[in-house]
Ligand binder design. Structure first.
Ligand code: ATP
Length: 207
């Protein structure tokens, strides 16, 4: 494959993005975990570190260089403008890094790559993708899953939910929707999307 498609996968908290990505990964599709790499870039990328310090002061990092997550969360979750400014530093860096990662994966001949991010739509980076998959599940199911997975109270999950765009907004932008409500099997849904994307990638190559 000369040029693999760039596909994004998102969904609300607890929808099952990571679970679904594991299935794509079993099919040999490389997955970029944007939330992981965002944290990595905040810690390791000098340009991002400078941007974070310019916004939040040197307290954003501890003496040993580790990111002071608790301090930053306290500041940005109390101030929507500051959160937007922090995102304006981190999201473009993740976009650049994921683009370079995609080019690297292209060398392996994969038909497409997946970029997994909780805030793919909120960050606007879905605009740079060839297709978007949205994983959905009813809100009550998502809340229960996260409470069980993270051992946190319902209010904690609801507070995190408030920082995300409504599911319907993401579904409206989706090329593919995966319903992960615990009633509908995931494997056939993933397989159908995979076949479609492989066919699309081949069409693009032969065009
Ligand atoms: P977050 O936005 O918090 O990163 P996520 O969308 O990546 O979450 P997962 O971590 O994949 O969601 O799933 C949340 C929890 O729900 C996990 O503990 C996972 O094992 C469980 N889960 C996901 N899908 C199902 C399912 N179909 N049946 C049962 N449990 C599930």
């Amino acid at each position: 494959m000369d040029h693999p498609l760039r596909v994004g996968i998102t969904g609300g908290i607890g929808s099952g993005k990571t679970t679904v990505c594991r299935l794509f990964s079993v099919l040999g599709i490389p997955v970029y975990d944007a939330d992981y790499w965002a944290k990595w870039l905040i810690k390791n990328d000098p340009q991002v570190r400078r941007g974070v310090i310019a916004l939040l002061g040197p307290e954003a990092y501890q003496a040993d260089g580790a990111y002071n997550r608790a301090y930053v969360a306290r500041r940005v979750f109390a101030d929507a403008n500051l959160l937007a400014a922090l995102n304006a530093v981190v999201h473009p860096a993740v976009e650049r890094h994921s683009r370079a990662w995609h080019e690297q994966q292209a060398l392996s001949g994969c038909p497409y790559t997946l970029k997994e991010a909780a805030l793919l739509v909120e960050s606007g980076s879905h605009r740079f993708l060839d297709a978007l998959i949205v994983v959905t599940a009813p809100e009550e199911v998502r809340i229960r899953r996260v409470m069980e997975r993270d051992g946190v109270a319902e209010e904690v999950v609801r507070a995190r939910l408030r920082h995300q765009a409504p599911e319907a907004e993401k579904v409206a932008l989706a090329d593919f929707v995966i319903l992960n409500d615990g009633q509908h099997a995931l494997i056939p849904q993933v397989w159908r999307i995979h076949r479609t994307l492989v066919a699309r990638a081949h069409q693009q190559t032969s065009a």
